[in-house]
Design a protein around this ligand. Structure first.
Ligand SMILES: [Zn+2]
Length: 81
């Protein structure tokens, strides 16, 4: 268990327009179990939305950089894991 909530980083609307939807990462309200997927490093981090402050869990898998859409306000952000 960790209360180490990470601060999200805003993605501007101009930058968001260039994002590939395939790079959108999963978000979840409840923290799922870590390491559920065999042979793949997957981690959920609690992240605070930089737009509205809503805290949600963001999935990071491998080294691929993803972006996330807030579950509460729908605006894009990323974070440094
Ligand atoms: Zn938000």
């Amino acid at each position: 268990m960790s209360d180490d909530v990470k601060q999200g980083i805003k993605i501007s609307e101009a930058d968001a327009a260039k994002l590939d939807p395939a790079d959108q990462g999963e978000v979840s309200k409840d923290a799922p179990d870590q390491g559920d997927v065999t042979g793949q490093a997957m981690y959920w981090y609690p992240v605070s939305c930089p737009w509205c402050g809503y805290i949600q869990n963001c999935l990071v898998s491998g080294t691929h950089r993803r972006y996330y859409n807030c579950m509460n306000c729908g605006r894009p952000f990323n974070f440094h894991g």
